[in-house]
Design a protein around this ligand. Structure first.
Ligand code: HEC
Ligand code: HEC
Ligand code: HEC
Ligand code: HEC
Length: 218
């Protein structure tokens, strides 16, 4: 079974309800602490999720520790080989940073959405959610998304990618590339997986391409 378009309408209805709730509740809800409930990642209304929100991705005990710093991970991990933005191919653990591995464990389409908690699922992602294993047409992530060192005239200094401002938190990821630890762009650099604030679960608005201009000098 493919998982795609039919779900969108449900997501839109729930997103509307969630947006209204956010309006009524505190003004302090940001893209960083926004609820996952009602987001595109709230699968609790779908049969395969055990009516749980967190369980397809997290488990409180006996989590999978294969990926460094993975937050109590419960979903089967991708082991795909990717076509890279710059050409060539590389296996999952060389191509991708930790955060991106977690995302691609559903979004590359090689592992079923309902393969979590040790069971083998059969429902795969489809539609626009399917990123696939060919990353040559996607924004560079992981090994091909190395953030340039300070002084590069095409990029803002990495410190400008502090978000929220003043938090000291940077959402670049650590990855060893050709034997050197680098700061790289990953899926979680631009997206927050639990998020109903900005469209497409972005960490900040991309109005006027402001997300892109956080890094690129254009
Ligand atoms: C679709 C998968 C998915 C679902 C569903 C999900 N998470 Fe997460 N969660 C992630 C990923 C991926 C990360 C790491 C992302 C990152 O570091 O930006 C994460 C990180 C976290 C973290 C640690 C980092 C932080 O943001 O504080 C906590 C705590 C967390 N999730 C709690 C939850 C809870 C509670 C639920 C259910 C209400 C939930 N998550 C549902 C994928 C998911
Ligand atoms: C458990 C599987 C799973 C994991 C893990 C997961 N996703 Fe998703 N994601 C989905 C599904 C399913 C959809 C809905 C696709 C659709 O509606 O066609 C989705 C939708 C999205 C969307 C579209 C949101 C929208 O509003 O349309 C984005 C962006 C996204 N995911 C990013 C991420 C990122 C980034 C990560 C890692 C931090 C991640 N996902 C991890 C399954 C997952
Ligand atoms: C440089 C920032 C950036 C990075 C890195 C990034 N994304 Fe996105 N992503 C975006 C933006 C911006 C959009 C909204 C695109 C639009 O407006 O059509 C988006 C949209 C999406 C969508 C929704 C597509 C749709 O049309 O419904 C998914 C799914 C998604 N991203 C997943 C991922 C995954 C998985 C990764 C890591 C492999 C990733 N993204 C990395 C910026 C990024
Ligand atoms: C977190 C920082 C960051 C953000 C946000 C970001 N980028 Fe990038 N972008 C990079 C890095 C790092 C590279 C790869 C390194 C390089 O090109 O030197 C890159 C590469 C690219 C390239 C390829 C350049 C080439 O060499 O072929 C394009 C095009 C691009 N980004 C566009 C965008 C767009 C459009 C957005 C907004 C949706 C965006 N970027 C958001 C950091 C970022």
């Amino acid at each position: 079974m493919k998982y795609g378009k039919p779900v969108k309408s449900r997501v839109l209805i729930l997103a509307g309800v969630a947006a209204a709730t956010v309006g009524l509740a505190a003004m302090s809800i940001t893209a960083q602490n926004a609820p996952i409930t009602g987001s595109a990642h709230d699968f609790s209304a779908l049969g395969w999720s055990n009516s749980q929100i967190c369980l397809p991705c997290h488990i409180p005990h006996g989590a999978d520790t294969t990926v460094a710093r993975a937050p109590l991970w419960n979903h089967e991990l991708t082991q795909a080989t990717y076509t890279l933005f710059e050409g060539g191919t590389a296996p999952w653990n060389e191509a991708l940073d930790s955060g991106s591995i977690l995302c691609m464990s559903c979004h590359d389409g090689t592992v079923a959405l309902d393969s979590f908690g040790g069971k083998a699922g059969a429902t795969f992602i489809g539609g626009s959610g399917l990123v696939g294993t060919d990353l040559s047409d996607d924004h560079p992530v992981g090994a091909t998304g190395v953030y340039p060192v300070a002084g590069n005239s095409r990029f803002q200094p990495a410190a400008s990618w502090e978000h929220p401002a003043g938090s000291g938190r940077m959402f670049l990821q650590d990855l060893e590339v050709n034997g050197v630890m680098e700061r790289v762009v990953g899926c979680t650099t631009c997206h927050n997986v639990h998020n109903t604030v900005h469209p497409y679960m972005l960490r900040k608005t991309n109005d006027g391409s402001s997300l892109c201009l956080t890094c690129h000098i254009k």
